[in-house]
Design a protein around this ligand. Sequence first.
Ligand code: ADP
Ligand code: MG
Length: 680
Amino acid sequence: MGGYEYLLSNINNIDGIGTKTAKLLQKKNINTVFDLLWNLPQNFTDRSNLVKINELQIGKIQTVRIHVKKYNFPRIRNLPNKVLCEDDTGKLDCIFFNSYEGYIRKILPLNEKITISGKINYYKKKYQITNPTYLSKDKSVIKKIHNKYNLTEGITEKKYNFIINQIIEKLPDLKEWLSPRIANLFNNIRWKESIVKLHDYNNIGKHNTKFFKRLVFDEILSSFIVFSETRKSIKKIKKNKKIFSNKYSNETINNFGFNLTKDQINTLKEINVDLSSKSKMFRILQGDVGSGKTIVALLSSLNVIESGYQVAFMSPTEILANQHYNLAKKIFPNEINIDLLTGKTESVSKKIIIFNLKNSSTKMVFGTHSLFQKKTLFKKLGYIIIDEQHKFGVKQRKSLSDKGGSNCDILLMSATPIPRTLTMTIYGDMDLSVISEKPKNRKEIITYSKREDNIKDILTFVKKEIDKGNQIFWVCPLIDDSKKIDHQSAIKKFNSLNKLFHSRVAIIHSKIDNDKKNIILKGFLNKKFDILVSTTIIEVGIDFPNANVIIIENSNKFGLSQLHQLRGRVGRGVNQGKCILMFKNNLSENAKKRIKILKNTNNGFVISNEDMKLRGFGDVLGFKQSGDKKFNLADPIIHEDLFKIAEKEIRRIEIEETNLSKYKTLIKLYDKADIIYDLV
Ligand code: ADP
Ligand code: MG
C-alpha cells in the first residue's frame, strides 16, 4: 500500500497549483500536500439553493438561473463591462471588471440560460453580481457546498477548493499504525477517513469527535516516538564514568549559611548518579525562579572537576554569565581555577584564558552560548550546563548533545515550570529533575496593582522602603519614547526618579554596553543606588537578594509568565518581597485576569498553566523562537487526556515493540524536526 510519498510531494506538482499559487502557499509554510491537509475549513458557502431574482438577499452569496439578454461593453477605460440578465421574476446585471469581451461572451453566451453564483449587490434599483465565479449551463454542475479556508489570501475560493478536493480524492489509504487497543478508542476510524471528515463542511468546528481525536493522537504519538528514539540513541552513548568523592561539593555545602532544600538534595543526587554512570547524561533541571537551581548546578560541577574533567557553564546573557561566575568564585574552594569568557573579554586576556583551558589548569569556564562553538577550547570537557534554555528546540538540543562528545554530560536548566504531560511533549528526549519547593526562608511575594495616577502614593511607599535600607527595581517596557507614546520609557523614568531620589538611581537597558552594565549592576549590588530602572533585560535570572520591591510599568503589556519571571527578581533575600503592577485605565478582560492570577499565587506551575490557557502553549514555551514544530491540532491543555494515553502507549511500545517499522509512515509524515532517519 504505502502511498505516503504522494503526501510528501511538493505542492508544485499538484494540478491547479502554478508558481504563483505555490508561492502564496509557501509563504504560509505550506510546502507539501501533507501541509495542506492541516489548513482547515473555517466555514462554507452554500450554493445549492437556486433562488429566483425576486427572492435574492442583498449581501449574501446566492445562486440563480438567469437568461442572458444583452451585453453592455462601454469602450471607455475604467468602466466595467455589463451583462444584462433576467429571469421570469426580475432583472440582474453581471458586472465584470478587468475581463475581456471574448471571455464574457464565452461564459455568458447571449440568449442562453446559465446558472451563476456570487455575492448579491443592489445598485440603482437593480440586483448585481460582480465578477461571478461559478457559472454553468447545466443546473447540476455548480458544486453545492464550497468550503472556506484560512491562509488562502490571493487564491480564489474556487481554485482552493479545486486543489483541496483533488487532494482529498487522491488520499492514500495508509496502513494503520495505531495498536488495536488505541484504534478502538477512536472507533477504528482510519487515518484517511479522518482526513476526509476533517474537510467535510458538516464537521467544521467539531473537535470533540472520534476522527478528530484520532488525528490529534497521531500527532502526539509521533512526537513521543521521536523523543523516545532520540532518548534511546543518547542513552546508548557510552562514556567514561566520572569518579568523585563529593569532596569539593561537601566542603562548599558546609560553608553555606543555609541548608539545601530537600528537592535540591534529591536533584543533586540524581545528577551525581548520572555523572558517575557509564551512559551520557542528558537531563533537564526544572524549577521555578529562585528555587535554587544554580546552586545545584554548581555543586554538581565541583564533582565533575574532582573527577578530572572540565566544565562549561552557558548563560543566555553576559550579565548572567558574570553573576554565575562571581557566585562560583565566592563559594568554590580556592584551589579551583575558574574563568569568565565572553564576547567582551579583551583579546589578551582571552588568549590567556584559552591557554589555561587548553592545558586544563582552568577547570571551569562561564560564558554565553558562544562558548560551545569553541569545543577545541578544552583539554578535557566533561560537563556542559545551560541556564534558562527553554527556547531551544529538540533539534538544537540534539546537536548540543552531539557537540560535547561522548564524555560530556549535559544539564539544561529551565525556569518555566510546566505540568508533567507537557514536559513529556517538550523534553521527552531528556531525563527530568524537578525542584518544586523553594528555600524555607522565602516569604511569598505580595503583589499589588495600581493605576498610574496613584504615582504619588507609590513614590511615598518607595521612599519608605529606601529609608528601611531596601532596594527597588523599576521596570519599563521601552527604552525611550520614540515609538509608543502610551508606554513608559526607561530613560524618562530614570530622569524623573533621579531628580526625586538625589541621584541614587541607575539605569540599564540593552543599548548600554556590557562593561558599563556590569559596573552599574555591581554598583546596585553594593548599594550605591537605591533604584534600578530597567527594561525587561532583568527578566532572566538576575539575583540581587537585597532588592525587595519591583515596580512594573504598563504591566498589562506583559504576558503572565514574563510578569512572574520579573517578579521573581525580588523576595530572594530575607526581606518581604513586594511587586507593584502599574497600569493605565481600561484594562482588557484578559489583563484583569492576569493581574488577578498573579495576586493570588506565587506558584510557577499554576501560573504557567494559566498562561497556557490564555495564550496557548506554543507561545508560552517559546516555540516560535526555537522554530520547533507546533502541533497542528493537538493542544496539551485541551487534549490532556490524549497526552496521558499517549504517554502510556509510548511506555508500552518501548517495552513491547522492538521493531518500529510499523510507525515509519507516521514518523515520515509527522516528524518535522526530521531527526529520526531510520526506524528499524
Ligand atoms: P534559580 O537559579 O533557581 O533561579 P538560584 O540558584 O539563583 O535560583 O537561587 C536564588 C537565591 O537563593 C540565591 O541567592 C541563592 O544563593 C539562594 N539559595 C539557593 N538555595 C538556597 C537554600 N537552600 N536556602 C536559602 N537560600 C538559597
Ligand atoms: Mg537562575
